[in-house]
Design a protein around this ligand. Sequence first.
Ligand SMILES: Cc1cc2nc3c(=O)[nH]c(=O)nc-3n(C[C@H](O)[C@H](O)[C@H](O)COP(=O)(O)OP(=O)(O)OC[C@H]3O[C@@H](n4cnc5c(N)ncnc54)[C@H](O)[C@@H]3O)c2cc1C
Length: 413
Amino acid sequence: MKVLVIGAGLVGLALAFRLRQQGAEVAVVDPEPPGEGGASFGNAGAISSTSVVPLAMPGLLKQVPRMLLDPAAPLHIPARYWLRAAPWLLRFVAAARPATVARAAAALDQLQKLALEQHLALARDIGAPELIATNGNLYVYRDEAQLAKDKAGFELRRSYGARVEILDRAGIDALEPQIGPAYRIGVFFPDHGHCASPARYGRAVAEALLRAGGEIRRDRIRALTVEGGRVTGAQGEAQHHAADEVVVAAGAWSARLLAPLGYRIPLETQRGYHVNLPASGLSLSRPITPADRKVFITPMEGAVRVAGTVEIAGLDAAPNEARARLLYDDLAAIFPEARTEGASGFWMGHRPCLPDSVPVIGPARRIGGLWFAFGHGHLGLTGSAPTAQMLAPAILGRPANQEFTPFAAERFA
Ligand SMILES: Cc1cc2nc3c(=O)[nH]c(=O)nc-3n(C[C@H](O)[C@H](O)[C@H](O)COP(=O)(O)OP(=O)(O)OC[C@H]3O[C@@H](n4cnc5c(N)ncnc54)[C@H](O)[C@@H]3O)c2cc1C
């Protein structure tokens, strides 16, 4: 069976690798080098297995109007993009309904429950086990009032069996003593992990895929080709890529590829930024998130990475350096002593976001041989290995032991 995977982000690469391991003839196609063209290259590295709480929660929605008026808030939508963003935002608000939140949490739990184990297995199978660390993630809060805003989320996680440990300042010091005194309460997720280099992870999966006999092609897909209700491949700028099965795993660009086939999928990019600090003076063991700043500070190979901010401004606008610079304020708030000399340039990536925070995974119901694997939003590193594990057997026609309905594209019809 010939499978074409469109998109060499971590979702596409992990899936291609698992498909190849299970006997498929696989090619991944992307105009950029594997793992470098999208969000997978520069994310914050957190593997947040118990993050079953969708973004659209009533508590967060209450904070949105204030955020929109504050250019330094964690969420920013430039005024020129308000009209374009409005339909997506309306769906986002609607997704905060209790029944939708409950459905989303169940789907995210189904996908991510074993994420850390699945990443450990993937890293081992590609010969790079050192890439995945299992030291948990730590969120920190200034006071009880701030903590109270996230309580509903913690309860939701706990209802799915997550361990959520509340720490006092002594507990924070025992894990990460360099955290500044303003943060008095910690919430520790011992079942989370992190990736020490998302870029090297992507490259290592790609190399393992090539070693196993898979193919990586450099081309930009312009259109999927369909005959008699069945996909026949994809037309790139350089050539036609014939295939029996085609997987759209093009991150935030996926909806554009599907629109000509009649799919209207509300996929919006939430742009985020990072900066790497090679001489920060910080010695950290795990990703740390100051909850008021919604930013991740993660120990990575050779640098501490500060990653975060959400900017809804579309796929085509240039990066906004003023937004990226806020990462320095976020860092100073929690680590007043951190040093920034030798910092990398700012990087921007596109989180592929659906209003209910649940990715689209599984078969296209209307077109034979077409599969979806996109829309993992803020959790696409976490969800990549699980998506591969879930989807590969289904594409190969084997018992998948998984229910795809919660992830179906048709839920937006
Ligand atoms: C600042 C930031 C921090 C984040 N932190 C975390 C985190 O800590 N934990 C976590 O789990 N997730 C995190 N994420 C989210 C995560 O990075 C994404 O959800 C994930 O990388 C999506 O992977 P992907 O493979 O679907 O898409 P991408 O990595 O974006 O890859 C898509 C690929 O498709 C290719 N492509 C696009 N159009 C075409 C075309 N026409 N033809 C062929 N190829 C095409 C692109 O070149 C790209 O290589 C973060 C994201 C950002 C931006």
